[in-house]
Ligand binder design. Sequence first.
Ligand code: PMP
Length: 353
Amino acid sequence: MNKFWSDMVKRTQPYEPGEQLNDPHIIKLNTNENPYEPSPSVKKAIVDEMDGGLQLYPSPTADMLRSAIATAKDVSMEEVFVGNGSDEVLAFSFMAFFQPGKTIRFPSITYSFYPVYSKLFDIPFEQMPLKEDFTIDVESFFDSEGGVILPNPNAPTSIYEELATIEQIIEKNPHTVVIIDEAYIDFAGPSAIELIRKYDNLLVIQTTSKSRSLAGMRVGYAIGNSNLIDALVRLKDSFNSYTVDRLAMAAATAAFEDKAYLQKTVSKIKETREWTVTELERLGFDVLPSSANFVFAVHRSVKAIDLYEYLKEEKILVRHFNIPLIDNYLRISIGTDEQMNVLLNKISSYLMS
Ligand code: PMP
């Protein structure tokens, strides 16, 4: 360890993202990106914005984008915060609502950034075991000391918890903030956004990276009571008042305005997901019920790591986690029909070899 490193750096364990291989022939099913390009109106908005003057700073209040999000989500602009990907919005939220000395809770199997941020910001955490079917044990989240963060649908399990379950958790933590990370919500059921007026301790975080095909643009957002939003704005203004750049803002605004494109691509991905699950089951996998743009699957006889290595050699990337309990599972993002067919054919050849 470097003697010049601060304690904060020393206790930090960086998040390991899925591999990014720079080979255009790779079929990339490891980081839950959308296989479809963003709405055509996004490209046009970016080009128009480039003509508009990149020499100028972007709007620090991101009014245009916040207004487009508010309209799409049926909330007011004062209830919307935007940031550079939902990872950044999550980081601001950890700083704003969780604190050293007060233990927060999240599930034992969940988005691997939560322990990273907890350690970075010196926030103690408890990981609540999931039930055998990988759903959450709702009561284990009641009466937390420092707050709760839950992805819904959960990652990497892909399981969606009904809003009534989420509401119970919010109700049973009236003195702390409950963050619901809805990165994959557009592939699932109703969003907890409809509860923000009922609960002033609820913060919902979403992203344009998945359903709106804008992972490369890095635009995430939080929706909640304006008091919570004000806290995030205060932090943002101290660290980087321009968290979303001009091109990203123009792109995301256009994406929110094209509802029809969102519906079309989301239904297509869900349709591909359904037949992919059937085929995986036919090939000997057990697949958890997915409400996301990925599936979480375990083969009844083949080791996940072997299959993962084989697929990588065949230029198909899927995700394998070196975590006990799930180290025999593969997380597979839903690509195009063509990509899923190549994947299934390769798995089938492997099983026959
Ligand atoms: N939350 C969850 C549960 C995720 O899986 C991801 C994507 N890896 C994110 C947040 C972050 O997404 P982004 O920063 O692209 O908005």
